[in-house]
Design a protein around this ligand. Sequence first.
Ligand code: G4P
Length: 524
Amino acid sequence: MADTLQEKVARRRTFAIISHPDAGKTTLTEKLLLFGGAIQLAGEVKAKKNRQSSRSDWMKIEKERGISVVTSVMTFEYEDHVFNLLDTPGHEDFADDTYRTLTAVDSAIMVIDAAKGIEPRTLKLFEVCRLRDIPIITFVNKMDREARDNFEILDEIEEKLALDTAPVTWPIGQGKSFCGTYHLAESAVRHGDAEKERTRVNGPQADAAAGMLPENEQEAFVEGVELAAEACRPFDMQAFREGHLTPVFFGSALKNYGVRDLIHALMDYAPAPRAQEAENRHVEATEKGMSAFVFKIQANMDPNHRDRIAFVRVCSGTLSRGMKAKLVRTGKAMPLSAPQFFFASQRHLAEEAYAGDVVGIPNHGTLRIGDTLTDGEDIVFRGVPNFAPEILRRVSLKDAMKAKKLKEALAQMAEEGVVQLFTPEDGSPAIVGVVGALQIDVLAERLNQEYSLPVGFEPARFAVARWISAPTQQELRDFMDAHRGEMSRDLDGDPVYMAPNGFSLNYEAERWPAISFATVKDYQ
Ligand code: G4P
């Protein structure tokens, strides 16, 4: 294809779906993939939930608990656009993985259950998106079931998320009589996703709109459309792109309504790969020079090849197979001999990838989360975050002879982002920290399977960890000297203060006003 780099970038949409469990993320993912013609892949998304997928078989824990631990990327094409959908773990214990994945997207679809409105996990994920100014398209799902009043849902989004709403479509009926969507600005209808084009109608009273509903529901529908057109905000591209306004679509992923509306919204409204903020400059997606950052490391995606894949998001230029990239952290060259694209369960060699694309790079521990790869320039991308762990544990080894092996294995796991590793300054055994308890189970399982290291976990003396900094080195040193027994270093050697509880932390924070105690740290 003779597309210019600009055209290639303009055709791409890299996004994630955020939702509370059960709102319909898996169903919607499946339906989106169907539009890309990836029918058998779509089946596999569901199979994963039914615990039959070979893709997620790599870890027993996933099967036993029926949860998806792996963040994967699914690529599909529709009407000349390339969509990269970054899947995120459904379970909140893997929240930090989800947050890191959100650093690699340009927009997100927020799926809401029409009967339940904004649920806690949606709220939390939304806040992460807001921190990063990620524009959000809202999909109100399950309109084929008993749903809350449409205006009530819009009000709730506005109130709970402090986000303006602009309904683009309006549901024709709800529950049993739900039969399509009405485009408010175009005055056009679509009766399900099988209809490629919307049909223009002469207002909501038309036969193809209100006329589709039982008589006793027609008036309410017409009034709803009139009120929405009059009282709701019109869609405003700038406010959406800046993250202040969300266009709202209604539908039913299960019954194939509204999904085509949504995919068109991604094409028409969602931004193409955005410029990325590096430490010393803005990097435009259409720049010639290649740049990419690692947002996830995944070991053992394929149990037959004990491999380790670093997922990178390309930020600019062309990443091509065989090129020698520069790993900026070490300054060393890294040949990209087998970069891969992922299509749910399948993968194949990536000859070329552009801004917005997500590529897997097999490696044996060279790449870490947060690493930047370029074709020469010393660019460092900021903002792949590390979150203060909520659970701290001491690892106890059953065979003391294997202490060195354990140290190496823990460092590996920390580099992959499975756990965080803290080395106490007083020489006591290492402490691992996680955001959710299931991560500890994953660690134990992997240490056992991959390193033959059966381990136990003991409560650490501490329950709270914070990265510390101060305006001057002297102030930092004074604090550290006064708290020798509570100081650790993280994987990068940065100082971490640990406290037995929140109360002690607050007490120290009051006594040492010059010290900042951070709950989030960017990877370096
Ligand atoms: P999740 O990934 O967000 O957790 O949700 P998922 O898609 O698995 O959907 C959760 C449940 O809601 C599933 O039912 C699914 O079939 C149902 N669902 C999703 N979208 C719609 C919709 O638009 N309308 C209706 N009526 N139901 C919907 P389940 O019984 O829990 O699972 P399954 O046995 O159907 O797989």
